[in-house]
Design a protein around this ligand. Structure first.
Ligand code: FAD
Length: 61
């Protein structure tokens, strides 16, 4: 798993990490203190990303 310079889990901005099936959001990705609203927003975006990936799995032939 790749990490940021501060030790957070590196993601592509939608919560997807460099490890297949591993998603992260919030301070786990920054490795530094943040704010509640930023973590909540990142969590929401990551949930959409996870849902999209699961949908793609369901509909891939
Ligand atoms: C004293 C203090 C005051 C703050 N005041 C404010 C404020 O007024 N306004 C504001 O916007 N922000 C404030 N913050 C910052 C805010 O709390 C954080 O930015 C926010 O909580 C980060 O949310 P998160 O979900 O990314 O991480 P967290 O809230 O830290 O959630 C991570 C969760 O993962 C759990 N966890 C960790 N390791 C594991 C593991 N191995 N397995 C399972 N679970 C695990 C932890 O127990 C925790 O419940 C404050 C922070 C502190 C410390």
């Amino acid at each position: 798993m790749e990490t940021t310079e501060l030790g957070g889990i590196l993601t592509d901005g939608t919560g997807k990490s460099t490890v297949s099936g591993l998603f992260a959001a919030g301070e786990a990705t920054t490795g530094a203190p943040s704010q509640l609203i930023l973590s909540a927003a990142a969590g929401s975006m990551t949930a959409v990303s996870i849902n999209t990936e699961l949908m793609e799995e369901d509909f891939s032939f």
